[in-house]
Design a protein around this ligand. Sequence first.
Ligand code: GLU
Length: 296
Amino acid sequence: MTVTGRPQHIVTRFAPSPTGRLHIGHAWSALMAHDAARACGGTFRLRIEDIDGARSREEHVAGIVEDMAWLGIGWDGDLVRQSERLPLYQSALDRLKAMGLAYPCFCTRAEIAAEVAASASAPHGPDGALYPGTCRALPEQARGERMAAEPHAWRIDMAKAVALTGPLHWMDEARGQMAADPLSAGDVVLARKDAPTSYHLAATVDDADMGVNFVLRGEDLLAATGIHRLLQALLGLPTPLYRHHPLLAGPDGKRLAKRTGGIALAELRAAGADPLALARDLRAGVFPVGISLAGA
Ligand code: GLU
């Protein structure tokens, strides 16, 4: 694969989870995706990633819409909400099940942690210890009985999936060709116990369904992109061009998080900040006092 440049009609998106207030880092990310589309007459979509019923809140959806309006970032088409698209994810999961690549997992977080702690050589990936594979080895009969009686997630059999697709690559506009390494993430969850999908499955299916061909997002999702590339290959979906931007850090040098005080757009708005000046500065890579590129 060679660097092909940006698609002619760019479709980008901003895909926040409504689990907290948007902060300066979100604004920067949204502006970059928005501007990439606007610069060439492309399309910019807004997707609310609200599959986590316990943590997603309506007030945060409203906050996202207000923050976007305040910053002057308009989006095209309807606001997409993942909670309204569950059948789409279900059919993707059904396909993976039919391919023999998904298995039910009954483990609780505590059981997984105990298993990992008991093993001297538990493999670790970019996001910590990998799922030790406990439920992958369950005999068919036990699996069937437990499925009828116990809540369960669905996990991908990553080794089997990778054996099927062979080596995969994707293109990062800033980094060039990247080798996908989904094995390093282990048997990730495709559908949670408390939601009929996972971030990885929903985001991959949605990007394809919404025609997104240029994904601009934070570099904390670099490893996730390898998983999404694998799911694209398994489900026969196109692979967008990607660009992973650096993250922002606060005065303490730590990555901005939804809980970091003082940097939420709602707070800046309440304090009378000028949104046009803020957007202009962020576009120029000029960050408010105390905010800098993480790791810089
Ligand atoms: N919803 C994710 C987040 O808030 C972003 C997902 C993505 O851009 O693919 O971090």
